[in-house]
Design a protein around this ligand. Structure first.
Ligand SMILES: [Zn+2]
Length: 373
């Protein structure tokens, strides 16, 4: 225990040094000049003035106060999200379609340019329309790490109704993942943690005809089996499911009504962290205010009924899951209204801010419980 504590302390120190160095670079005007500097200054002033009013408002993380504005307000760039991150996904992209191939190529190029390891998991499966090829894209920040935090979404869209885009189902979740990778890449590289981020973009989540156990979840069913039968090269005594620290699936995100609930007790400790982070970041003015008076994004309630989604094949094999899916489903779900015009960018921004702090904290602290490991 002592050595792991020391290891964790060492990572925390390294994280603070790297964050401070990056901040100094930005502060000195090297990166984007006055605009970023002013935003950071305003965020830090707001955070410090709120945080000193009450100890309760301080976020329960090991990072110094300067890091929170850095990971939230400063890294927030919704103009870039609108114009760079989201557009590659806003097209029909059902399996084997030209849009599906374009998204896949975009993902591969983007993660290769970030120097992540990129793999494809290809399968040909029987569907109501005959054999169809499904291709999952898997990007890993540090392939030699012994534990992976898997972040997943599905990049395919529904075949029907024809022309369906699926902005919230699940273009936005996939764009959030790419954005997180881009934003945290430098920090993760310097941290050299034995916990890494792995992003899985599933193909064939949607049913091609009528949803059923055999007509849906094509990509995830294949990958869960492939990983169950593959020894992990870093931990040969384990298969690739056993080295997943936690599996976080994002789906149906971006509608003004977006909100999450607890599903599985084994990841309650992580869900509670997300809830606490939302509370403290909101108190310290590091999130957008929900002007509509809706409940928090991360609600303290449990849904007992599981929802069919890409986590199911992994859950059935014992992988600890956190399912971040809006429930009740947004009114735009599986309709032609699931488009950019019905989305709320402030909600997407807040979720991204919370996830950046959450993931960085998790990697620095190394506090993951893996029952399979
Ligand atoms: Zn769907």
């Amino acid at each position: 225990m002592v050595s792991s504590r020391r290891n964790s302390d060492g990572k925390a120190l390294r994280f603070r040094i790297v964050s401070l160095a990056l901040l100094l670079v930005i502060y000195s005007g090297f990166v984007q000049g006055n605009q970023l500097r002013n935003r950071l200054q305003a965020a830090m002033t707001a955070y410090n003035s709120t945080a000193t009013q009450t100890n309760e408002a301080r976020c329960p993380v090991i990072m110094g106060d300067f890091v929170l504005p850095f990971l939230t307000t400063l890294m927030s760039n919704m103009d870039a999200f609108k114009t760079i991150e989201l557009p590659p996904f806003l097209k029909t992209r059902y399996p084997q379609s030209p849009g599906n191939l374009q998204v896949r190529q975009y993902l591969k190029q983007t993660f290769q340019s970030l120097d992540w390891n990129v793999e494809e998991d290809i399968s040909i499966q029987t569907t109501p329309f005959g054999p169809v090829q499904f291709v999952n894209v898997i990007a890993t920040q540090q392939p030699s790490a012994s534990t992976r935090i898997v972040l997943a979404c599905h990049y395919d869209s529904k075949l029907f109704p024809l022309g369906y885009i699926g902005a919230m189902d699940s273009a936005v979740p996939c764009a959030i993942l790419v954005n997180i990778a881009r934003q945290l890449n430098v920090l993760l590289r310097f941290l050299e943690s034995d916990i890494t981020l792995q992003m899985v973009f599933f193909d064939g989540e949607e049913a091609l005809w009528v949803p059923s156990p055999t007509d849906s979840l094509y990509g995830s069913r294949n990958l869960a089996t492939v990983w169950q039968n593959s020894a992990d090269t870093n931990v040969p005594t384990n298969n690739k499911l056993g080295t997943i620290g936690t599996f976080i699936l994002l789906d149906l995100i971006g509608h003004p009504s977006t909100s999450f609930q607890r599903y599985f007790p084994e990841t309650d400790y992580l869900y509670t962290q997300l809830m606490n982070l939302e509370t403290c970041l909101r108190r310290t003015s590091l999130l957008n205010t929900r002007s509509d008076g809706l409940l928090p994004l991360f609600q303290d309630s449990r849904r007992l009924t599981d929802i069919s989604d890409d986590h199911v094949p992994f859950k059935e094999k014992g992988v600890p899951i956190m399912h971040l899916i809006t429930f009740p489903f947004p009114p735009t779900w599986h309709t032609m209204l699931d488009v950019e015009a019905t989305m709320d960018y402030q909600v997407i921004d807040d979720i991204s801010r919370i996830l950046r702090v959450f993931l960085t904290n998790l990697i620095v602290l190394g506090a993951i419980q893996n029952p399979l490991g």
